[in-house]
Design a protein around this ligand. Structure first.
Ligand code: 13P
Length: 243
């Protein structure tokens, strides 16, 4: 389990090359102690590698290599010195129809390539309203992680992102986040016999980070929109790194 909390920026499909240049000038003024991971669009990844922060890709192919036009393999990501990949983000599950089986295959290929994994899980608003959150999370965890060995599981962390909280400005209460993280850690412990770090994601911003950071069992944050604005993201990082 990570002893220090981490902040991961999922910049999604945002920013032009010119905007990225400006962004890099702002972020390069700081030392990050490996507590921060930037996940920009794949095109810009080489600009981020080799600094005091980590770098991750937002997605990798479900295939090892070969004739898959437009795809990027886990091995290619590793060969460009990336640290990790996001897998199973709800946007990929929803818009690109990624099933639990595809998610598991991507985890397998990442681990084979020695690329760390941030597995994203989360419930829809409808599932939350019908009290199915824990059932949905358990299914996502077990289906994605079954069959891996302990040494492989140690290269995985989970990001809990309630889908209804992504990009909406809404977040669960601190109490709810704490309980859900606790549930996730217990499921992993009971079914896979390992302690796993769990991040929270969904409308994390420079205004709510101090409050979210009071949650005792949280291991860090996966930040979307606010990670695309260098000044806002720096404020979030400062709160977490200086705690
Ligand atoms: P927002 O921070 O924009 O809600 O996005 C969260 C997210 O999807 C990070 O992966």
């Amino acid at each position: 389990m990570a002893s220090k909390r981490i902040v991961v920026g999922n910049m999604k499909m945002n920013l032009t090359a010119q905007e990225i240049n400006k962004y890099l000038k702002v972020i390069e003024k700081k030392e990050y102690n490996n507590q921060v991971i930037f996940c920009p669009s794949s095109l810009y990844l080489p600009y981020f590698v080799g600094k005091t922060y980590g770098v991750g890709i937002q997605n990798i192919a479900a295939y090892e290599n070969g004739a898959y036009t437009g795809e990027i393999s886990a091995l290619q990501a590793k060969s460009m010195h990336l640290d990790c990949t996001l897998i199973g983000h709800s946007e990929r599950r929803e818009y690109f129809k990624e099933t639990d089986e595809v998610v598991r295959q991507k985890i397998k290929l990442s681990l084979q390539a020695n690329l760390k994994v941030i597995l994203c899980i989360g419930e829809t608003e409808e599932e939350r309203d019908s009290l199915k959150t824990y059932k949905v999370l358990k299914k996502q965890i077990v289906n994605a992680l079954k069959g891996f060995e302990e040494k492989e599981l140690k290269k995985i962390i989970i990001a809990y992102e309630p889908i209804w909280a992504i990009g909406t400005g809404k977040t669960p209460s601190n109490e709810e986040i704490k309980d859900t993280i606790s549930f996730i850690k217990d499921i992993v412990k009971d079914s896979l016999h390992i302690n796993m770090s769990v991040l929270y994601g969904g409308s994390v911003n420079e205004k709510n980070i101090a409050s979210l950071n009071q949650i005792e069992n949280i291991d860090g944050y996966l930040v979307g929109g606010a990670s695309t604005k260098a000044d806002k993201f720096m404020k979030i990082i400062e709160v977490v790194v200086n705690q």
